[in-house]
Write a protein that binds this ligand. Structure first.
Ligand code: SAM
Length: 279
């Protein structure tokens, strides 16, 4: 009998893929977890019924969330990743020679363990014990409150704003993020689909632009996520991605990211501009 996994993307829309095997099905203290071998996307991680990552398209998301902020900052030494338990954002961050320390804080140790076991290509930096990387299990909200004037770049690689991720989309969290950054620091957060999650994106935009002098949104194309059109919100104290010029050579190969995408990702269609800047 055929098996499937489904994400209910909205009350009216499901994304279903046939799977050849369910490798893990269980739950942690925080969420339901499925690891499935899907026929369309390869191996997939599903948390609370939401597709988080797949071996086939994860490079698009992880290169977008890591390299765009890291190449915008001219000297990103200290990097913090909140969430990101699959290890993909950390894998990309440690590739930058300028990056000296990456601290990753995910609330769910079980996601980290299962990612190491079932997603070795994504969890690579964690598995290899990369010396730049420190992995901590804990709540990103509390961690951020304690930090001050330390990070160059913060990457919020969180799940959706339900369950343990909810508090990562609040005004207070963005305030602590601002405080945790150095005076020229910047942060980026995955902020869902501009096509399907408009009120959420407007709320995030209102909070971040109240706190940060420079607020920008960029998109990338991620087949696994609702509508395929995904966005990231950036708050920056000094560097403006709309003024970016290459500030160092990229010495490692990438599959999605390139210098054209560093610029073009911030070019927004009119309906997205209206969402952010409209009356
Ligand atoms: N790429 C994914 C997406 O957009 O769907 C995100 C993947 S990553 C696996 C999301 C991680 O955020 C999960 O491992 C989850 O445990 C973590 N997370 C959720 N709430 C958190 C919190 N309050 N503090 C730290 N990590 C959190």
């Amino acid at each position: 009998m055929k098996e499937f996994v489904t994400e209910h993307q909205s009350p009216y829309l499901d994304l279903t893929t046939e799977v050849s095997d369910i490798l893990y099905k269980g739950n942690s203290e925080y969420q339901d977890i499925i690891v499935a071998e899907s026929r369309e996307f390869g191996r997939m991680l599903v948390l609370d019924g939401v597709f988080q990552t797949s071996v086939k398209d994860e490079f698009i998301y992880h290169e977008s969330i890591a390299h765009i902020p890291l190449f915008l900052h001219p000297s990103p030494k200290n990097v913090l990743i909140i969430g990101g338990g699959d290890g993909g954002a950390a894998r990309e961050a440690v590739r930058h020679p300028e990056v000296e320390q990456v601290t990753m804080v995910d609330i769910d140790g079980k996601v980290i363990e299962l990612s190491k076991r079932y997603f070795p290509s994504i969890a690579k930096a964690m598995l290899e014990g990369n010396p730049k990387l420190t992995v901590r299990v804990g709540d990103g909200i509390g961690f951020m409150k304690e930090a001050a004037d330390f990070y160059d770049v913060i990457i919020v690689d969180c799940s959706d704003p339900v369950g343990p991720g909810e508090g990562l989309f609040t005004y207070d969290f963005y305030k602590s993020t601002y405080k945790a950054l150095k005076k020229d620091g910047l942060f980026v957060q995955q902020t869902e689909s501009p096509f399907m999650h408009q009120p959420l994106i407007q709320n995030i935009w209102a909070s971040v632009s109240d706190i940060f002098p420079i607020t920008r949104l960029y998109t990338s194309f991620i087949p696994l996520y609702p509508s395929g059109m995904h966005c990231f919100t950036m708050g920056s104290k000094q560097y403006d991605p709309l003024q970016w010029t290459p500030n160092r050579n990229r010495i490692f190969p990438t599959r999605y990211y390139n210098e054209g995408i560093q610029r073009s990702a911030f070019v927004l269609p009119n309906f997205v501009k209206d969402l952010l800047y409209g009356e």
